[in-house]
Design a protein around this ligand. Structure first.
Ligand code: ZN
Ligand code: FE
Length: 253
């Protein structure tokens, strides 16, 4: 399977995966951008995968369905709109034409019904895990989001993280405020700056890179705990408390 990012809006990536002349798209917030990419690569849209109900992820679904008759896969949530195949935790989505089987993970936190798709070394995680950061908690608790991120963190290290936004540089600026002594982080900031200066996406990243540099996956690191405690002005006894302090700090960073 070939995977390409389709840039849309200010900073979204809609992910296209193809084999032969068929394609799927993840989170098509913008139908025009998807149609342009499909036309350019001479692809027919077979399937639409949805991670969560926000408009920048589902806004193009109706138009793509009427144009291509694509089958829609998504979470159980009316706000997503019509879904042909409702998926929940542990479900498998087999796409023989793409030679892949996705496992579905429920990853509440950003929204209560957010799901992620994992298959063929690729994770499509919407607005849950970002390169260098994580999604805002619109509907979930810190404990839920931490649990969701922990599940992603236990996937194989070479898993490629296909998140839905180009937020990496801002995320890594925050990461550096949390961990000024992290050398892998400093190296990543340099390599992302080079990519962005050349107009290239900073994603997908690998889970290994995220584990080494993303503060939201590093809440058990002594340096991260110490910095979060200093920021909060109190002792933080659990990973969830450290996560909560980091998430709230990032919101106002
Ligand atoms: Zn969202
Ligand atoms: Fe989004």
């Amino acid at each position: 399977m070939k995977i390409y990012p389709i840039p849309a809006f200010d900073d979204n990536y809609l992910w296209l995966a193809s084999a032969g002349e068929r394609a799927l798209v993840v989170d098509p917030g913008d139908a025009r951008a998807v149609i342009r990419a499909l036309t350019q690569h001479s692809l027919h849209l077979d399937s639409i995968l949805i991670t969560h109900h926000h408009a920048d992820h589902v806004g193009g679904v109706a138009e793509l369905v009427s144009r291509y008759g694509a089958r829609v896969h998504g979470p159980r949530d009316e706000r997503v709109g019509p879904v042909d195949d409702v998926l929940g935790d542990g479900d498998q989505l087999e796409l023989p034409w793409l030679d892949v089987r996705f496992s579905v993970l429920e990853v509440p936190g950003h929204t209560r019904s957010h799901i992620a798709y994992y298959g063929g070394d690729a994770l499509f995680c919407g607005d849950t895990l970002f390169a260098g950061g994580c999604g805002r908690l619109f509907e979930g608790t810190p404990a839920q989001m931490w649990h969701s991120l922990s599940r992603i963190a236990s996937l194989p290290l070479h898993t490629r993280i296909h998140c839905a936004h180009e937020y990496t540089e801002a995320n890594l600026r925050f990461a550096l405020a949390v961990e000024p002594g992290n050398h892998a982080l400093r190296a990543r900031i340099r390599s992302v700056a080079t990519l962005r200066a050349a107009g290239r996406p900073s994603v997908p990243s690998t889970l290994a890179e995220e584990l080494a540099t993303n503060p939201f996956l590093r809440v058990r690191e002594p340096a991260v705990i110490a910095r979060a405690q200093e920021h909060a002005g109190r002792v933080l006894a659990t990973p969830v408390e450290v996560f909560e302090v980091l998430r709230a700090w990032k919101d106002v960073f």
